[in-house]
Design a protein. Structure first.
Lengths: 329, 329
DNA sequence: CTGAAAGCGCTAACAC
DNA sequence: GTGTTAGCGCTTTCAG
């Protein structure tokens, strides 16, 4: 920067101002500075800039599981919204585990991110999140909610899962099994609540034998479903509570040679790119990932700009894709 | 840091050294410093540290399309390898377009990343990449190769695509169509080469009418395949050259009511989580994303540590998953 | 409209 | 084993 200033015959401060457009600069001067920049191939040092300015224009994102295509799309949506706003994204994968999540969020905080977006791991509200809040760094939670006082954005869970279940009930099913995701996270709890209330509304008691703990792990779900569907009084319908559970469930049904919807009707929370390629096409509740990401960024930027207000919790509606796996034609 | 030093009764330099383990510190002193850190809730400022130390412990990754699950897994693999090595990842999505790719890589360079990994967009060798090389920042290319002198890691393309095609030939097919990805990138060129050489080996000429330009766009592929398969002398087999092309192809076949493999045999490059859930199960060449990511990180770290040697080009073998869509039982 | 100067918070010689 | 000191490259009052 000193070189540029010297060549252009101005001070470093002027170079800084033409670079950032932070104050009026005579057009002749500006041209000279720009020529000097061009000539030297000068490139600004954002690290030094961040140190001096006290902000980094960087947002940290801690994501539960980057391999899950759902989270992949979420990262994409967040990245796009941030880059439109002139921010850069740093991502860390928490592997859905509090310990590595803490490592990730600490590292982000050390890097002086201007704000953080976290897709919390189970138990996060007792480990990583309080520390973030203590630093005063603007924070918004994404995907899963926790019982903390901060902005949160996620998909609508309860009524979506309820609609899926009700659809099955409307078709006459009475023995409907459910494959739950990871215990202890809000999405599982809420989606399960949607399932139970749908049943309760029709005066049907929840049969514990029809509640499968898939643990958000494909293999576990597959085993559980396999076991359940091998019994003599197996359910006539299944509802899967997230995409990993769906894969596990479908594998189990396939292994057993059970066909959908003839042998068992099926509906699921979360949509796939191949949902209507599958035979039969999957009836599913699809999350609006774009909106979730954009909303999270919006809330965060507002906080960064000093917006003081009660934390908000936003539920983004899902879309019900009515296809064939439920048994409708 | 000043506070910590004062409370512990030492100099800032000693605090720095206990923080980084950069020199021997008396254990009593260290304890006092650690106590002071605990007491003040001090957190190191990595930005200042980077400026002073002249390195950021940060690696930039420019990825062509974060929404593609394949790239999602790649990011995940890279992130893991880097975090094991104590580095942090900054990702930018180039949307497979040179202009936004340039924006991404410039921003990464401005942020003083210690190294860059780039999944180049088409045309990148004339825009973003030369500038990166000019700065002297260690660089490794991933996924797609370009004609430049730098480290590159990607999946094996030619012989993988050739094996897929040969398998179809072995089954007696002679009219085999191919759905190509984005023109102008190495993976498309090389995979197509695998297809043509397989045909040439059997003395079969490439029929231009059977070569579809899918442009790595699902919709385009769907249209092309739909058109081709609606003709009277349609091919008896199809090979798809990447995952997006596969989705498009399957949609078209489904829309036409053509069944695989009875009406048309099908094999594809790239595997899916649902490949063996699909009916029929898809015969595919699967990339080893983990190895690609880990290898790229390995090459990069070696460069960062000052390793001087001829740039390497590494092809990671694919795995042939022999399933049913090819028509075997 | 432009420059001078004081840092931002840390690291790394260099002394002791 | 520890402290002193000089920056790292930029932003931003404060003057002019």
């Amino acid at each position: 920067m000193g070189d540029v200033a010297r060549i252009a015959g101005v001070s470093a401060s002027t170079v800084s101002h033409v670079l950032n457009g932070t104050r009026k600069v005579d057009s002749g001067t500006r041209l000279r500075v720009e020529a000097a920049i061009e000539e030297t191939g000068y490139r600004r040092n954002v690290v030094a800039r961040s140190l001096a300015a006290g902000r980094t224009n960087t947002i940290g994102l801690s994501i539960a599981a980057l391999t899950n295509p759902y989270f992949g799309s979420l990262v994409h949506a967040v990245e796009r919204a941030l880059s439109d706003a002139g921010y850069v994204l740093i991502v860390g994968d928490s592997h859905d585990h509090v310990t590595s999540e803490k490592r990730v969020t600490d590292s982000l905080l050390d890097r002086q991110v201007d704000g953080m977006i976290v897709a919390p791991a189970a138990g996060s509200e007792r480990v990583a999140l309080p520390d973030i809040i203590r630093t005063g760094t603007p924070l918004v939670l994404i995907d899963r909610g926790v019982d903390l006082d901060c902005d949160q954005v996620g998909p609508e869970n309860v009524s979506s899962a309820r609609s899926l279940t009700e659809h099955l009930l409307d078709l006459g099913h009475r023995r409907i099994a459910v494959v739950r995701g990871l215990a202890g996270i809000s999405s599982t709890t809420e989606r399960f609540e949607g399932y139970t209330t749908a049943l309760a509304d029709r005066g049907i008691a929840v049969d514990p034998g029809l509640v499968l703990e898939g643990d958000s792990n494909t293999d576990v779900a597959e085993r559980e479903v396999h076991a359940l569907m091998s019994t003599s009084d197996r359910p006539t319908a299944l509802v899967s509570l997230n995409n990993a559970m769906t894969i596990g469930t479908l594998k189990a049904l396939r292994a057993l040679g059970l066909s959908i919807p003839a042998d068992v009707a099926f509906v699921c929370y979360d949509d796939f790119e191949w949902s209507d390629l599958f035979e039969p096409k999957l009836t599913a509740a699809a999350q609006d990932v774009e909106t979730i990401g954009a909303t999270a960024v919006d809330l965060l930027l507002r906080r960064i700009r000093g917006h003081e207000a009660e934390p908000q919790r936003i539920s983004v509606p899902t879309t019900f894709h009515h296809r064939n796996s439920c048994g409708c034609t």
